[in-house]
Design a protein around this ligand. Structure first.
Ligand SMILES: Nc1nc2c(ncn2[C@@H]2O[C@H](COP(=O)(O)OP(=O)(O)OP(=O)(O)O)[C@@H](O)[C@H]2O)c(=O)[nH]1
Ligand SMILES: [Zn+2]
Length: 350
């Protein structure tokens, strides 16, 4: 398998290229985004690349290259100039905390998100559900890990852990003792991309390091570029594992603010509730007071806990809020451009 395929290159990206682009440009995948340049991995190693002027000034912040993006660049030896960001297969993003609607991109072109929680910080079911919902919004498959299982556990945490294992196929591991790491390795497929997410200190980097079988990540292809001195402290970084798979390490993210869903398929972070909701009498049931609501019925009979129901409703409200704020902004934008058009028509010179 060639390097590009190992990096996750596929027909989806290939088909977006013109003949001229294939002839003249070098294809690469963005590993790290720095203030003034990017580190791009390509067929023959990695390269520090800058953005061409039209990209630098002509694109919205979120359209500029992000970790995981495929780009085309012109190779000038020591430096590459990125001239195009290829279409994105998908995008892991979150609503930034705070009142304003700001979508923050975490990584691009992702097959699996490895959600890490750990016993030391404490398992948190609500946070897991929230993350699962956002992954579904972004069309990304989850893998759930419970790390630091070498540490003592109390009854309550044990119960949550069992629930996570039963319901979300969570894998209990210990990065430092190496236990169950083979179960995770079994899930890593050559050419697929895995982004590691979870709060600071849960052990994301340690797990990724132990996947490399004793080889420190920082000694990989990436560090050749860091020698050039243009590399500041990184936030997100993409690596190719020796035994296959592309991993992206991210700095700790506690909460996943939800963005608008990609699909109509409901909140799949909630085992059971989705399925139940399909059986509601009204297809647009809000599960608050409708007759024939299967969700409310299940809460009544105790099949769903009050807690889970509350969280389900809270996340639904949050997505609605995001969507309506977005609509609001679009409306305002439209109004403004209409006003400007009219002003121009009536002879106003800006
Ligand atoms: N006991 C125990 N400690 C672990 C385990 N895995 C990681 N640690 C420790 O937990 C601490 C944090 O690990 P990191 O791998 O840096 O965590 P991280 O999630 O990458 O943290 P950020 O980079 O801040 O997001 C380190 O001191 C690790 O040695 C484990 O399985 N058991
Ligand atoms: Zn209902």
């Amino acid at each position: 398998m060639n390097t590009l395929n190992k990096l996750g290159w596929s027909h989806f990206f290939e088909s977006s290229l013109s003949f001229e682009e294939k002839q003249n440009m070098t294809i690469g995948r963005v590993s790290t985004v720095n203030k003034s340049n990017c580190i791009v991995i390509h067929e023959n190693g990695s390269k520090t690349c800058e953005l061409a002027g039209n990209l630098m000034f002509g694109l919205d912040e979120n359209e500029k290259p992000k970790t995981g993006d495929w780009v085309l660049f012109l190779d000038y030896g020591d430096l590459g100039i990125i001239s195009k960001v290829l279409p994105r297969y998908n995008c892991l993003s979150r609503q930034k905390s705070g009142k304003e609607i700001v979508e923050q991109i975490i990584a691009i072109n992702i097959d699996y998100a490895v959600i890490v929680q750990c016993l030391e910080i404490g398992l948190n079911l609500r946070r897991l559900e929230r993350t699962l919902v956002q992954l579904q919004n972004c069309n990304i498959e989850p893998i759930v890990l419970i790390n630091k299982t070498d540490l003592p556990i109390d009854d309550e945490q044990q119960e949550i852990m069992n629930f996570m294992i039963d319901t979300y196929q969570a894998i209990p591991i210990s990065a430092s003792h190496g236990s169950n790491l083979n179960l995770l390795k079994d899930k890593i497929i050559t050419g697929k991309s895995y982004v590691f997410i979870g709060a600071s200190g849960v052990g994301k980097s340690s797990i990724i390091n132990s996947l490399q079988e004793g080889n420190d990540l920082k000694t990989g292809t990436i560090s050749q570029s860091t020698m050039k001195g243009a590399h500041t402290t990184t936030s997100r970084e993409l690596y190719i594992l020796q035994n296959g798979g592309v991993v992206i390490d991210t700095p700790g993210t506690r909460e996943f603010g939800l963005t608008a869903p990609n699909s109509e398929s409901g909140l799949s972070g909630f085992h059971g509730i989705d399925e139940l909701a399909k059986g509601c009498k009204f297809h647009n049931c809000t599960h608050t007071n409708e007759k024939g609501c299967k969700v409310l019925k299940a809460v009544k009979t105790g099949d769903i806990s009050e807690d889970e129901y509350e969280n389900f409703m809270r996340l639904n409200r949050e997505m609605e809020h995001y969507e309506s704020s977005l609509q609001d902004r679009k409306q305002k934008g439209k109004k403004l451009s209409k006003i400007i058009k009219n002003m121009k028509k009536s002879g106003y010179k800006s």
